[in-house]
Design a protein around this ligand. Sequence first.
Ligand code: FES
Length: 119
Amino acid sequence: MAGSERLICASEALVDSGRGVRFEVEYFGEAAPAFVVRHGGRAHGYLNRCAHMALQLDWRDGEFFAAEGRDLICSTHGAVYDAASGQCLGGPCNRIPLVKLRIEERDGMVYFTGFADER
Ligand code: FES
């Protein structure tokens, strides 16, 4: 999966704690839903798959943040994740984090460059 840099969206498409942008990545040879959001001024990306069950987090396309706009929340059963790290903060995710993507931003564009656990 290394060397798979892809343009996802323009930087201006991501408003802090606002709607995310959905896209697909190849994950272990299969297409998998993913998303990028902005939080604390930085873009963060994850597989769109709850750690509790393999369901997508957003019940309305692009709506990933809990009401206060700080944490990410799974709309199905309420697992809560840290927006910057993907760590499970509470709910049925049982301390299992989201799968974090490497996201780079340059020249006003947001790119997917691989998975955070790749070296
Ligand atoms: S599927 Fe996400 S909390 Fe249940």
